[in-house]
Design a binder for this molecule. Structure first.
Ligand SMILES: Cc1cc2nc3c(=O)[nH]c(=O)nc-3n(C[C@H](O)[C@H](O)[C@H](O)COP(=O)(O)O)c2cc1C
Length: 416
């Protein structure tokens, strides 16, 4: 439930809110449960059915780009279509995560994932998407407010090019998802999958580089069939566990996530972003006012300890990690790291491999600084920045449903 959390199954939440009074109340209302949907509402996931017969090329392209991964599923994308043949991407500054992402690094990466899917979709239609990052000048500080002074993250010009071959990663756009539950501990990530992921992170050879070769991005992996050993795997799990605990027990970071919880079909349909919770028991508790999202639970509250236990189980089922580092950490690098991550995840999807970013230790807020240092010493001892760290594997049984996450649709991101 907290920062892009693995979710918490029903029993934890029952414990969370767990006094006898709550049980009595929910038992008495058991009949009402039938009326509380545990399903993801169809309208919230309709964008995953694709653009259909959308006649407008740019809107068709955008219908793919909105399926990109984004931290907390915030979808901070705004696109200006006022110039024919062009799309200008802006960051929606009402959709930032100031507590957990104070420098907007993950927001910039999430602009990059969008751009990469946009480029893949354009290519599918025989259009070369010429991407110019920060055409109005780069902002190293806070993302400038929207409005007349807004500065674009990217300008994309579409140029018809009959010589372009479709990128096979395009086919994975509708299949990709972030898998936050258990992984199958018995299955090793195949060498073929690792190779495909590593290659996908690199700029394409030849004239039409899909990614600019400026990031100096390096791809690392740890897994039983890779360079890993049990102690190194355990060290990564340990850092992930502790960083997660800190985020959950730091009231302002926990509250940031709680505010993005969309509880039940009604809220999910209304917002189509954020952290979706569909468990019928939780929805019921929400309806009767027993799921308090206005203040962070105490550290020893079962709401926290239950999530930590779940997350630790997910980590224990994880036997492989990947990471991506860059020598610099400027805005363009962050966007390009996001583009690369999108490609890596699509390549993994083609091999049936799932992943979940573990950004907690990579975040730049004070309380988590020791873990930030620990993960950087481990994965980037030369002083590089770890832009992405993720657990990797094959979906395991049990745990929460890991289906398609809601999207707000193309109209919601068109800048007026
Ligand atoms: C930059 C970035 C950081 C992310 N960090 C996390 C994370 O720390 N934990 C997590 O579970 N998911 C993380 N995600 C995944 C998002 O939660 C996910 O993309 C979003 O909920 C939409 O779901 P989907 O990827 O299945 O479409 C991250 C994604 C991006 C692009």
């Amino acid at each position: 439930m907290s920062h892009d959390s693995p979710g918490a199954p029903r029993r934890q939440f029952i414990r969370i809110l767990g006094g006898g009074a709550v049980f009595a109340a929910t038992a008495a209302m058991a009949g009402t449960l039938a009326g509380c949907s545990s399903e993801m509402p169809a309208d919230a996931v309709a964008p995953w059915s694709g653009p259909g017969n959308e006649p407008d090329l740019r809107r068709w392209i955008l219908a793919h780009a909105i399926l990109a991964p984004h931290s907390h599923n915030l979808q901070s994308w705004l696109v200006d279509l006022s110039q024919p043949g062009e799309m200008r991407l802006f960051c929606d500054t009402t959709r930032l995560l100031p507590q957990t992402d104070p420098f907007n690094r993950q927001i910039m990466m999430s602009q990059g994932t969008f751009l990469e899917l946009l480029v893949l979709a354009a290519r599918q239609r025989g259009q070369r998407a010429e991407v110019t990052l920060f055409p109005d000048g780069v902002f190293e500080g806070p993302v400038p407010e929207a409005g007349p002074k807004a500065r674009a993250v990217a300008r994309v010009r579409l140029v018809a090019d009959a010589t372009l071959a479709p990128d096979p990663l395009f086919q994975q756009i509708f299949k990709r998802h972030t898998h936050k539950g258990l992984y199958d501990p018995a299955r090793e990530v195949s060498d073929a999958a690792w190779t495909a992921m590593a290659e996908a992170a690199q700029p394409a050879a030849g004239g039409d580089a899909l990614l600019p070769p400026t990031t100096g991005l390096r791809f690392g992996r740890l897994g039983p069939s890779g360079t890993g050993d049990a102690a190194a795997l355990e060290r990564q799990r340990e850092i992930a566990r502790e960083a997660w605990r800190i985020e959950l027990t730091t009231p302002r970071t926990m509250l940031e996530s709680l505010k993005l919880v969309r509880l039940g079909a009604r809220e999910i349909s209304q917002h189509r972003d954020g952290i979706s919770l569909t468990d019928p028991m939780l929805v019921l508790l929400g309806r009767v006012g027993l799921f308090d999202r206005s203040k962070a639970p105490a550290a020893d509250d079962p709401a926290i300890t239950g999530q930590i236990k779940d997350f630790n189980a997910n980590l224990a089922s994880t036997h492989a990690f990947l990471w991506m580092t860059t020598p610099g950490n400027d805005r363009a690098t962050q966007v390009n790291a996001g583009r690369a991550y999108a490609r890596v995840q699509l390549a993994a999807t083609a091999h049936g491999v799932v992943m979940q970013p573990l950004q907690q230790a990579l975040q730049e807020y004070t309380e988590v600084a020791p873990l930030y240092r620990a993960i950087h010493q481990l994965l980037a001892p030369q002083g590089e920045t770890v832009q992405m760290w993720a657990r990797v594997g094959y979906a395991g049984g049990g745990g929460r449903h890991d289906g398609q996450a809601p999207r707000r649709g193309v109209d919601a991101i068109i800048r007026a």
